[in-house]
Design a protein around this ligand. Sequence first.
Ligand SMILES: C[C@H](O)[C@H](O)[C@H]1CNC2=NC(N)=NC(=O)C2=N1
Length: 91
Amino acid sequence: MVLSQSELTEELSRLNGWEEVNGEIQKTYRLETFPEAIQFVHLVADLAESLDHHPNILIEYRNVTLTVSTHDEGGITEKDITLAKGCEELV
Ligand SMILES: C[C@H](O)[C@H](O)[C@H]1CNC2=NC(N)=NC(=O)C2=N1
């Protein structure tokens, strides 16, 4: 279930701006305004609920950093990649 390093590298090569950080995948989205950042977070929350897969979310003014791994598996899985791909469609 946990992706191999080569599988992860391959998946990340197709995910703009996502990188591996301390065994999780992470991306910082820079929105235009604070309200837009909050709106984006709401969309991410809805997506996470629909997938039952939840990222850590850090809101810093108009920057939103998403960090995710699969806690149940203790590493990065396809579930994390699926969530990241979904987030890419929200902006
Ligand atoms: C019971 C519930 O399905 C699990 O706890 C889900 C919830 N959201 C989750 N989110 C993440 N990132 N990893 C998980 O393993 C996970 N498990």
